[in-house]
Ligand binder design. Structure first.
Ligand SMILES: NC(=O)c1ccc[n+]([C@@H]2O[C@H](COP(=O)([O-])OP(=O)(O)OC[C@H]3O[C@@H](n4cnc5c(N)ncnc54)[C@H](OP(=O)(O)O)[C@@H]3O)[C@@H](O)[C@H]2O)c1
Length: 290
């Protein structure tokens, strides 16, 4: 029987009672999504490396959280396999959220390096953070969702070499970028490393969607250029000057953190059950017009 939403239409985007793990959850996009989820009744665990930033983000998220929502954090490196396994254990256990329905991968780093000047060590660091860490979290949280969110069905043991046929359900949302499918005509100040990693996110997302089918949906969000902490020092400090960069685009502005929250709620809810292996671009029309 295919999975088809046939519930109350006013609840189609309802994520109340859900449990979300958000890597990069103290950052610009990750925190905005954590606030949006928590305000809509979804408990959240945010994660990144700096504990102080996580504590501050949790305090902000708690201010907007709906009653009964749990907000917690786990500090560590999403590129560390042991840490990711630890996150699964804690988040799904009684000390954590008691399960996981939604995984958001909003961790990432960026450094501009022109072709003649690419630092191999930093290139590999970008690959590790922007791609390998997504592989680890999709793997461990994806398998957990597949094996545990069984919607009342019996768990079918997985035999070596055979596909995992358990029903499972879950929503995985990876952060790509418009730069995953569009290079900047003038090189974008040295964008080969970043373009490369974000291009890989596109295919990692599609391949995990094909692998975790049919009941775990895996999608990406590909935002346009946005003045998050990642872009401080890369973009001009003046808001009007920044928006002027996008003056020729349909939206006539660059992005704001809130622009990804609607897509992230859609991709976390039953409204997107038939949406998988794709990317939503809250990009103000950049991809279509450049
Ligand atoms: N801003 C843009 O213009 C833009 C556009 C398109 C796509 N994106 C993508 O959107 C995602 C979020 O970026 P953002 O703009 O919100 O940047 P941000 O504010 O810098 O947030 C990134 C977060 O990732 C965390 N992080 C970095 N390395 C990590 C690691 N190894 N393990 C765990 N956490 C790590 C950072 O915290 P710690 O340093 O404390 O670990 C931070 O919380 C990224 O994938 C980025 O590439 C951004």
């Amino acid at each position: 029987m295919p999975k088809i939403y046939n519930g109350d239409l006013t609840k189609m985007f309802d994520i109340s009672g859900k449990k979300a793990m958000i890597f990069g959850g103290a950052g610009g996009f990750g925190k905005a999504i954590a606030e949006g989820y928590a305000a809509n009744g979804c408990s959240v665990c945010i994660s990144s490396r700096r504990e102080e930033a996580l504590k501050e983000a949790c305090a902000d998220i708690e201010k907007v959280a709906a009653p009964g929502v749990k907000v917690m954090y786990l500090a560590g490196d999403a590129g560390d396999e042991a840490f990711v396994k630890h996150c699964v254990d804690v988040v799904t256990g009684p000390e954590g959220l008691g399960g996981c329905d939604i995984l958001v991968n909003a961790q990432g780093i960026n450094k501009k390096m022109f072709s003649h000047d690419i630092d191999t060590d930093f290139f590999e660091k970008m690959l590790h953070t922007n791609i390998t860490s997504l592989m680890l979290t999709c793997k461990y949280f994806g398998i957990w969702m597949k094996n545990n969110n069984l919607e009342g069905q019996e768990f079918v043991p997985v035999e070596a070499g055979q596909p995992n046929t358990n029903k499972g359900y879950g929503k995985i949302i990876n952060f790509g970028s418009v730069r995953g499918i569009r290079a900047v005509a003038n090189g974008g100040g040295g964008n080969v490393p970043y373009n490369t990693t974000k291009g890989a996110v596109e295919m990692l997302t599609k391949a995990f969607a094909a692998d975790l089918r049919p009941n775990v949906q895996v999608n990406a969000i590909g935002p346009t250029i946005t003045y998050t902490p990642m872009m401080v020092g890369i973009l001009p400090p003046d808001e009007n000057v920044r928006n002027g960069i996008a003056g020729s685009l349909p939206a006539q502005r660059i992005g704001y953190e809130i622009d990804v929250v609607g897509p992230a709620i859609f991709l976390a809810s039953a409204a997107s059950d038939m949406v998988t292996a794709t990317t939503i671009y809250p990009d103000g029309g950049l991809v279509a017009t450049s």
